[in-house]
Design a protein. Structure first.
Length: 256
């Protein structure tokens, strides 16, 4: 049987067109990858640092000098302990060290008179060093009887109460740098090389309906394998005003 070649060619072409129409386009969706020339990306305002201060000693708390939500300066007293045991231990360690120093001076005189062996002298010096270390440790623990602020910040949460006994490493206070804020957001990998430290952008804050000019302070040079984005960190170019950690908004890009 003879085949109609023009007819077969027409059928094959029509089939290819139908198959091509059924295959989804490989082009990325515009919503997944917004145009760089004019786009907005979600942002969150975070404190530059957030930390939970823990107890360096095991003792009873006598007073908490600050409340949740209050701000403080570096070096300010935040919390006090009873510290009777620490102070007693320091007195004992200081007395032991003083006795060892007196004994060492006597042994040095005997050594000069050649009435003492080198081994006895070395043992006495080693004992003196050990007691000196114990006294320094006891002195350090006494210094922890008042918890001083490591930096200016704001109390987010207090985990203990006055007259409560806490163990070493127990959480005491969670503090945040509420006045020292940063803005974090993620952008498509296609913007790599188009942003740099010092670039100024516009931030629109949802909760207070305000706009702020922000400046990029650092760029994390790692692309997320799943989202194909990388993280950018910025700061406001003027006083933070009503901004507080946890607020959200979006960063506007234009002209890239």
């Amino acid at each position: 049987m003879l085949l109609n070649r023009p007819l077969i060619r027409s059928i094959l072409i029509s089939s290819c067109v139908l198959v091509a129409a059924a295959i989804p386009s490989a082009q990325p969706d515009a919503q997944d990858f917004p145009e760089v020339e004019s786009a907005r990306f979600d942002a969150i305002i975070t404190p530059v640092f957030e930390a939970t201060l823990t107890s360096l000693i095991a003792d009873r708390i006598t007073a908490i000098h600050i409340k949740e939500g209050e701000s403080f300066e570096k070096g300010e007293a935040l919390l006090s302990y009873d510290c009777h045991d620490q102070e007693t231990n320091h007195k004992i360690a200081a007395a032991d060290l003083q006795a060892a120093q007196a004994r060492l001076m006597t042994l040095h005189r005997l050594k000069e008179l050649q009435s003492l062996s080198d081994l006895d002298m070395q043992m006495a010096e080693a004992e003196h060093l050990k007691l000196q270390g114990q006294e320094e440790k006891a002195s350090y623990l006494v210094a922890q009887c008042t918890l001083h602020a490591p930096a200016a910040a704001t109390v987010q949460e207090i985990h203990v109460a006055p007259f409560e006994k806490v163990e070493q490493d127990a959480p005491l206070l969670t503090v945040v740098s509420a006045k020292n804020l940063q803005i974090e957001f993620e952008v498509p990998a296609s913007l790599a090389g188009k942003l740099s430290v010092g670039t100024k952008l516009e931030l629109s804050v949802d909760e207070i309906n305000q706009n702020h000019t922000i400046e990029i302070t650092s760029i994390v040079p790692v692309v997320n394998k799943t989202t194909k984005t990388f993280r950018v960190i910025a700061k406001t170019t003027r006083d933070a005003g009503l901004l507080i950690p946890g607020m959200t908004g979006n960063v506007k890009f234009s002209g890239f």
